[in-house]
Design a protein around this ligand. Structure first.
Ligand SMILES: C[S@@+](CC[C@H](N)C(=O)[O-])C[C@H]1O[C@@H](n2cnc3c(N)ncnc32)[C@H](O)[C@@H]1O
Length: 242
């Protein structure tokens, strides 16, 4: 079973629907203003698309969906199939390592845009625990970015995660923060965590360099468990059109 997906992920996502509802809403609001030029999407790490809004997927003519998890295909069809069929959006679901296959996928789909759906922040759970692991993950992310050069792509991923205030469904989630990424994290950028009551040690998901400074990004709070938060960061990279 994948350390970041599989049955455990589906069970958690299913039973957390109320807890995650407002985070899903903020992701939907962010994606609603992401207007890719391409009508083909490579969707990587989609699982069942638990956090994805169907209306954003409906804008595409074709979607190539990828996940390591063999359980995810029917669940994706269950969650998004009716909306995609209604929009005449065709999708193919592939089970496999899309990050390894990325150069081939980019070559086979030269006009497609790419969306990494909460997968880049998971690489640290797929890597070993040795002292070189963090460096290897950062290098892997650097190579992925390089492979994407000149392409239209985006990602939503974990930046940090850790303990904080208890959150219950129905409480008000801190609003999403929209900004251009600064070259360096400042005390103000971390002040955003204050309403979450961040305490103890937070985990660095090693994704701090995924987006270049100046990228329009959206910070979103995610009560992953009632008193354990993830700081999600969404961003979209649109190279100048030729
Ligand atoms: C945290 S889950 C998010 C799932 C999905 N985005 C959602 O919201 O339901 C991360 C997913 O990435 C998938 N994944 C991890 N590494 C992958 C890879 N190299 N290629 C394809 N999928 C991958 C896992 O199997 C898992 O389903």
């Amino acid at each position: 079973m994948s350390p970041s997906g599989g049955l455990r992920w589906h069970w958690r996502a299913w039973r957390s629907q109320a807890l995650w509802r407002d985070t899903r809403g903020q992701i939907a609001d962010w994606l609603a203003q992401v207007q890719p030029h391409s009508d083909e999407l490579l969707l990587i790490g989609a699982s069942a698309g638990w956090m994805l809004p169907s209306p954003w997927l409906q804008r595409f003519r074709r979607i190539q969906v990828w996940d390591l998890d063999p359980l995810a295909k029917p669940l994706f069809a269950w969650r998004h199939g009716p909306a995609l069929r209604a929009a005449l959006t065709h999708w193919d679901y592939h089970c496999g390592d899309a990050l390894k296959a990325l150069p081939r996928l980019l070559e086979n789909h030269p006009q497609a845009c790419i969306f990494f759906d909460n997968v880049l922040g998971q690489l640290r759970f797929h890597a070993g625990a040795g002292p070189q692991a963090a460096t290897q993950i950062e290098e892997r992310l650097r190579v992925i970015k390089q492979q994407l050069g000149g392409r239209e792509w985006g990602s939503v991923h974990d930046l940090l995660s850790g303990p904080g205030l208890r959150f219950r469904p129905g409480q008000v989630l801190p609003p999403a923060r929209w900004r251009l990424l600064e070259p360096k994290a400042s005390p103000e950028s971390d002040a955003w965590l204050a309403p979450l009551g961040a305490n103890g040690q937070w985990l660095d998901h090693l994704t701090g360099a995924v987006f270049a400074p100046g990228t329009p990004i959206c910070d979103i709070a995610w009560p992953f468990e009632p008193a354990y938060w993830h700081w999600l960061q969404g961003g979209w990279v649109s190279p100048p059109r030729r």
